[in-house]
Design a protein. Structure first.
Length: 361
């Protein structure tokens, strides 16, 4: 029997989101029904609302969530009603060419629930990143639900489902930051600060936060930044070189995803350094660099997909670090809000007034 629940729906491109009643089916084979306790408001949700991802409206928004499993479908093992979980938008299939090569963090056929959630009139909803968690309940593939320590409060725990994992993993996994490295992070929003935290935990001796907002730079020190650079009035390339003995950083992480920040990051590296792009660009953005500089500067230019994480491995680790006081997840939660406040939270996010607004149910 379908469950009638309240949820946040983006009905058409660019229009304000709406709180509607939707229908969520009982779980089928390989699926679980999750009672959502908290869900962060992420830039990706706004991209969906604005049609920057695709045009499969209406969307059921929300994907950065924690909750409790309410019921499981046939064939589900390792999960049971009452389990406390964080939802992941990558659930490795185990069978694609990447999984077979031992790289499940790149899975090319990630699992989602098979049954659709719908509007009351039967119109199928496209859940954001295969999750759709701005809802009292959501249906996901069992592989998307990762059990974690229930002592972690849901408004903090849910954030590792997307933004925190993306930034942390960009530093630790994609950038492979090691002890003694110098690191520069461009953009001090939620993802950028998670990259700063990851670099600090990984043992970087110098972590340089770069942004155009002094408020964000002040906040970045909470997560482990040792130095800050306001690039509105300072050449960030020269500033980072000045803080790294004239050489540039070993690892640069672009958490903005614009041509100008990517170019800055490219030249902000030391020779043979690594540039990691984790900020999501708009589809029409382009970058042009001299080919001789690509050759002569060496190193690596990488894109970080979800922090190159393996949720079943990494989510419990990050929660343990949170509970031990090593990872300040609480610091990312600027405010808690209700389901009907998501549209206003988008405005605050655009204006840079929050790291994360978190819906609490």
């Amino acid at each position: 029997m379908p469950h009638e629940v309240h949820a946040v729906v983006a009905a058409k491109q660019g229009a304000p989101v709406e709180l509607q009643t939707i229908l969520v089916p009982d779980p089928g084979p390989g699926e679980v029904l999750v009672a959502v306790q908290a869900c962060g408001v992420c830039h990706t949700d706004l991209h969906y609302r604005d049609g920057a991802v695709n045009d499969e409206f209406p969307f059921l928004l929300g994907h950065e969530a924690a909750g409790v499993i309410e019921s499981v479908g046939p064939g589900v093992t390792g999960l049971a009603p009452g389990d406390y979980v964080v939802l992941a938008w990558r659930a490795p299939c185990g069978n694609c060419r990447s999984c077979r090569r031992g790289r499940p963090w790149y899975c090319f056929d990630s699992g989602n629930a098979t049954q659709p959630m719908t509007l009351r009139d039967g119109t199928p909803l496209a859940p954001a990143l295969g999750i759709g968690a701005f809802a009292e309940k959501t249906l996901v593939a069992a592989g998307q639900a990762v059990k974690v320590d229930p002592n972690a409060r849901p408004e903090a725990a849910g954030l590792i489902g997307c933004g925190v994992m993306a930034g942390y993993g960009a530093a630790v996994h994609t950038g492979a930051v090691g002890s003694g490295d110098t690191v520069a992070v461009i953009g001090c929003g939620g993802v950028g600060n998670a990259a700063i935290a990851g670099a600090s935990i990984a043992g970087a001796r110098r972590v340089i936060a770069v942004d155009i907002d002094d408020r964000k730079l002040d906040g970045a020190t909470r997560f482990g930044a040792t130095h800050t650079v306001n690039s509105r009035g300072t050449d960030p390339i020269e500033a980072v070189r000045g803080l790294t003995g004239g050489h540039g950083a070993d690892v640069v992480i672009d958490a903005v995803g614009r041509p100008e920040t990517y170019r800055q990051g490219f030249y902000m590296r030391d020779l043979a350094g690594t540039l990691v792009q984790v900020g999501v660009p708009e589809p029409d953005m382009r970058i042009e660099l001299p080919l001789i500089d690509l050759f002569s500067r060496g190193g690596a230019l990488k894109s970080s997909w979800y922090g190159d994480c393996l949720p079943s491995r990494d989510f419990p680790v990050l929660i343990d670090r949170y509970l031990s006081g090593r990872l300040d997840l609480d610091g990312f939660v600027t405010e808690t809000i209700a389901l009907d406040e998501v549209e206003s939270a988008f405005g605050k996010m655009r204006d840079g007034r929050v790291l994360r607004s978190v819906v609490v149910l």
